[in-house]
Design a protein around this ligand. Structure first.
Ligand SMILES: [Zn+2]
Length: 185
């Protein structure tokens, strides 16, 4: 990531069942917090560059229309979530990939998504910061489009993902859905 700063993205935690399902498929439940949350930094693809290891880049979709969930094909580590429409510039960096000593540069957590998907959460865990985060995502995407940003490094010039995604079958998706009990690690 280039020039990391709190005002370059949204530092959020998401408790939706899709993010938990993806962690289950990839075998990375340990990147979730105690209640199943995935912490991301939503920014624009222009801020992302692969300096090495690009040949290991792999992509998962929970369904044919689902988000593009980029991960490292060598170790399955989740890396980035990207909207399937290459013209909307938004990517969420999985903060579990960032060393704890480097996390301060991303600023404090600014929002909570889909708190109702959390497993056995404390009573004060509620959605917050979402309208502002949505507005910022929209605004950054508009600016990217006006500037004529390319959709690299996730899409080619034709707007196709640079790697053919693995799409889960309905059975695979159902089998990986988070259970109702506590998160198993
Ligand atoms: Zn989510």
């Amino acid at each position: 990531m280039h020039d990391v700063a709190p005002d370059r993205g949204n530092h959020l935690i998401c408790y939706c069942s899709d993010c938990q399902t993806a962690a289950n498929v990839l075998g990375y439940q340990d990147t979730l917090d105690n209640w199943g949350g995935t912490t991301v930094f939503q920014t624009i693809p222009r801020n992302v560059e692969f300096e090495r290891g690009q040949r290991y880049l792999a992509c998962l979709r929970l369904s044919p229309k689902g988000m593009l969930r980029w991960y490292a094909g060598c170790c399955n580590a989740p890396l980035f979530n990207v909207l399937p429409n290459s013209r909307i510039a938004m990517t969420g960096l999985n903060m579990a990939r960032i060393a704890e000593s480097d996390q301060a540069a991303f600023g404090p957590l600014a929002g909570v998504y889909s708190a109702k998907g959390a497993k056995n959460p404390p009573p004060d865990l509620k959605d917050r910061g979402i309208p502002k985060a949505f507005a910022l995502v929209f605004w950054r995407a508009v600016k990217a489009q006006l500037r004529g940003d390319s959709a690299a490094p996730f899409f080619d010039a034709n707007g196709q993902p640079v790697v053919t995604p693995r799409v889960l079958t309905l059975e695979e998706r159902k089998a990986a859905r988070p259970g109702r009990g506590p998160i198993s690690r």
